[in-house]
Write a protein of this length. Structure first.
Length: 207
């Protein structure tokens, strides 16, 4: 379902992506302790995106299926307070991989997704040139080392994302911003607030 919230006179429609309804897989590490700051920052492993962003992401998922893959989502909407926490707890090297909270992140707008791939045949997570949030040269989208098959999968994901209105960034192969990000405000709704918001039937839900 889509949750409807209001901020600064703007209607925000956040769709929750789930494994059961959308066929994607989730690995929301910020809802656990095995992440780069070593603590749980989300109360539950939910993934939200603005509904039109989610629609484009599910088009990516459909294209990937023709190659034997599905999308594995690490993160979607992120409250601004979490972006600020990450920044405050990080050193200068780690900050080069983070959004500055003074500007806000596309994650804060519901317009960014962190993702990888899984195999449709086995459900197994697919190995890429680096792990999610591995903050070193292996994370760069043009990294030329390592295993060629891993790079090919990384580049396949990039091509399909770019065809569906997403742009990557140079130092995180897993991070993609939707082309509409500048049209939306920075948000700081907690997951609890989102889950309590009114629901409407979303256009991506099967009849």
């Amino acid at each position: 379902m889509t949750r409807v919230l209001e901020t600064s006179g703007k209607t925000i429609r956040l769709l929750e992506l789930t494994e059961a309804e959308h066929g994607v897989k989730l690995d929301v590490r910020y809802a656990r302790e095995d992440n780069f700051i070593g603590r749980k920052v989300y109360p539950s492993p939910h993934v939200f995106l603005l509904d039109h962003v989610a629609a484009d992401l599910l088009s990516v998922h459909g294209e990937l299926q023709r190659h034997g893959f599905g999308i594995l989502i690490f993160d979607g909407y992120r409250p601004w307070s979490v972006t600020k926490m990450f920044w405050d707890l990080s050193d200068s090297n780690t900050r080069s991989f983070l959004a500055n909270p003074s500007d806000g992140s596309s994650h804060n707008r519901g317009c960014a997704v962190d993702l990888g791939l899984f195999e449709l045949s086995s459900g197994a997570f697919v190995k890429m040139p680096s792990d999610f949030d591995e903050m070193n040269e292996k994370a760069y989208r043009d990294y030329s080392g390592g295993d060629s098959a891993e790079r090919e999968r990384r580049d396949l994901l990039r091509r399909i994302m770019e065809r569906n209105h997403f742009d990557g960034i140079k130092n995180e192969w897993w991070h993609y911003n939707h082309s509409s990000r500048k049209d939306w405000p920075v948000l700081n709704f907690s997951f609890e607030e989102i889950l309590k918001a009114p629901q409407i039937r979303n256009p991506l839900q099967a009849e």
